[in-house]
Design a protein around this ligand. Sequence first.
Ligand code: NI
Length: 195
Amino acid sequence: MILPIEAYGTPVLKKEGKNITQDYPELDQFIANMWETMYEANGVGLAAPQVGVGIRLFVVDASPFAEGEELRDEEREQLIEFKKVFINPKLEESGEEWAFNEGCLSIPEVREDIYRQEEIHITYFDENFKEHKEFFTGLPARVIQHEYDHIEGILFTDKLSPLKKKLIKGKLNNIAKGNIQVDYKMRFPLASKKR
Ligand code: NI
């Protein structure tokens, strides 16, 4: 089932998600819905708060990035079959910061260069509640960091300079009000009832 994606301004996007246990109700169905919703919107990642559920879970399929021309071999290998469910993750970052032009399904039509550290160690549970400890660098790390931020209640626009924030304020207000064209299902916090 395709779920509506919560737009910028929705309170759940600013809240820290809660850890879940293996007996979380209808977890398999929820994960299936997350995949379906993400692919419908042509996303490479989707976090539970983006569909209005405040739990520490996100899905990533970064394989579309494996086509990129400027990738190191290590990154490309990690990206080719990169389809994973992350539950209750813990993240440690290291290395130099680098910029990448990020976007977000909750913030359509806004893209900005965001600085993040290049390496991560992540501990998480998969959809079968098997624990994993993994290392990622470059683009795969980047996608995980973006989604991880979502379950911490952080959006990429929160990382912009005060000046940049000011410049895109109008755009963000329009997103919250639903005054945008978007070709996937969304829910807008400030949409007027008439729409
Ligand atoms: Ni996002």
